[in-house]
Write a protein that binds this ligand. Structure first.
Ligand SMILES: [Zn+2]
Length: 513
């Protein structure tokens, strides 16, 4: 059975490589010389002036370069040229295949996005990857294996308990399969329903399998609210016990009880890093999160007035919780729990319980945006050298982070607020995620690296997406190249589709097989 599926897999791989060669020869870019740009190489080094030659999808040369006969020259005066941005936590798992042009992503300068975050991933990984190779997108993609996805495969609907030894072994087999198919590592979402019942031991067992093959562990930890410190300690323990690099997803202190404690949180992480834990984190540039309504109540007593009352208070009251998706009554969308309670003449607690009863009856999931993080905490996190930029959004996101994250950090945090220098902000979008991924020829602007590039105006780059218009395109990103192919040109996408599926060490999976 196993041998048969391996055989089928190699046949599929052969077919994919043939398709790759065809497409590559069609899309072979000509030599391009970009002159007069201010070059940010992605390492955080100061900007330098010079020219960059792009040929055959790679950076052929950097420095004082003269155009060769017949070579296209682009004068990039006033612009910054940087490696393309890598979004390590993107939720375009289902939406990318329907929007291969990925305008909201390219307009931010993203050239690679990674899906399968928070414990949920496509399955099997290989069929998702194959779809993306047969119908390539404008940008590159990578994929995690989701802990909750694997847990549900093994436990079915009987997941509201700890797993048995035998079940954990079966999960490890699934994890091994996913790594063979090219997973970047294991993602988890221990605050969410399926993952929340897992013991630490279960997660360690799966993380060990990912570690054996050079993967890393990326986690939405068990609690980002009142128990954020306990959850952080569990995460560090998982990293130490499984000997695996850790990526802390969307670092935050999300309730009144922990707000303002960034310095203490950072201290715990610094101590772990000193002990040798390979710990990096990421952060999106907004003081509001986007999730499902049930995560608000940590003890899962969604219809218990006392639990709900305490939970709403922890977030600063129902005015901080805005409903974005409510299938039983779409007219509730865009309104806060406080507002809905008032309109229905009931308390906020009663309103919350009514929303839950409604979603349970309709078997739907209510989505909510919660405004509960302090700007001072976000600033403290962004100023750590081990914190990178991610969107935690993606195509079709109802939170503005899906379309605005990267230009927002460049425009608001670097240019306007001076929280970061421009080269440092760029490092957090390029070489730092590449370091976590173990990719040596992306995320840096150096000779021989892939020509994933973004050219932007540092004076005007800015996000335009808002909570009421979450998909508004960003401004200031002039051009984006993926493997040397121009994908974004003066505010518009081009028609080429050079995107590949990338695996560990940055291998192009179709070409490597
Ligand atoms: Zn998450």
């Amino acid at each position: 059975m196993r041998r048969l599926s391996l055989f089928a897999a190699s046949l599929a791989a052969l077919a994919i490589s043939a398709a790759f060669l065809l497409r590559f020869s069609r899309a072979k870019p000509e030599s391009l010389l970009i002159v007069n740009a201010r070059i940010a190489d992605g390492t955080g080094a100061p900007l330098s002036k010079g020219s960059v030659r792009v040929a055959n999808g790679r950076i052929a040369a950097i420095g004082e370069l003269k155009p060769e006969p017949g070579e296209t020259t682009l004068d990039a005066r006033g612009m910054v040229l940087a490696p393309g941005f890598i979004d390590l936590h993107n939720h375009s798992d289902d939406t990318l295949a329907k929007d291969l042009a990925a305008e909201t992503q390219l307009s931010q300068g993203i050239t690679t996005l990674v899906v399968g975050a928070d414990g949920d991933s496509p399955w099997p990984l290989q069929s998702w990857m194959q779809t993306m190779e047969e119908h390539p997108a404008a940008l590159n993609v990578g994929l995690f294996a989701g802990h909750a996805t694997i847990r549900k495969l093994v436990m079915g609907d009987d997941f509201k308990r700890t797993a048995t030894e035998a079940e954990i072994q079966r999960m490890q087999e699934k994890m091994r399969e996913a790594m063979q198919q090219g997973a970047l590592g294991l993602s988890s979402g221990l605050e969410y329903e399926v993952g929340s019942y897992a013991s630490t031991d279960e997660v360690v067992a799966l993380a060990k399998v990912a570690a054996e093959d050079g993967g890393f562990y990326m986690t939405h930890i068990r609690d980002e609210a009142d128990k954020a410190f306990e959850a952080l300690k569990e995460e560090i323990a998982i990293g130490e016990r499984a000997h695996i690099p850790v990526e802390h997803s969307h670092i935050k202190l999300g309730t009144v009880g922990v707000q303002g404690k960034a310095a203490e949180y950072i201290k715990v992480i610094e101590e772990a890093r000193k002990r040798g834990v390979d710990f990096l984190a990421d952060c999106y540039p907004y003081d509001a999160w986007h999730s499902n309504l049930k995560v608000v109540v940590p003890d899962k007593q969604y219809k218990n007035a006392k639990s709900v009352g305490a939970a709403l208070a922890a977030y600063g009251g129902g005015s901080h919780l805005l409903i974005t998706d409510y299938a039983p009554n779409p007219s509730y969308e865009g309104r806060s729990i406080a507002d809905l309670a008032k309109a229905n003449n009931i308390s906020e607690v009663e309103m919350y319980i009514q929303l839950i009863r409604g979603e349970d009856a309709a078997h739907s999931e209510t989505e909510v945006i919660g405004q509960s993080m302090l700007e001072s905490d976000i600033k403290a996190f962004y100023q750590q050298p081990w914190v990178m930029v991610v969107s935690d959004g993606g195509i079709g996101s109802k939170h503005p982070r899906g379309a605005g994250t990267f230009p927002r950090v460049l425009g608001l945090y670097a240019r306007e607020k001076h929280w970061l220098t421009l080269p440092e902000a760029i490092r957090k979008m390029t070489s730092l995620p590449a370091q976590r991924l173990g990719w040596k020829d992306r995320g840096v602007l150096k000779q021989g690296a892939f020509a994933d590039l973004v050219l932007f105006d540092p004076e005007t780059v800015k996000d335009r997406s808002t909570f009421t218009d979450p998909e508004a395109l960003s401004q200031g990103v002039e051009k984006v190249w993926v493997q040397g192919v121009l994908m974004w040109d003066s505010g518009k996408p081009t028609a080429a589709r050079p995107g590949h599926v990338l695996g560990r060490r940055g291998v192009i999976l179709s070409a490597a097989n």
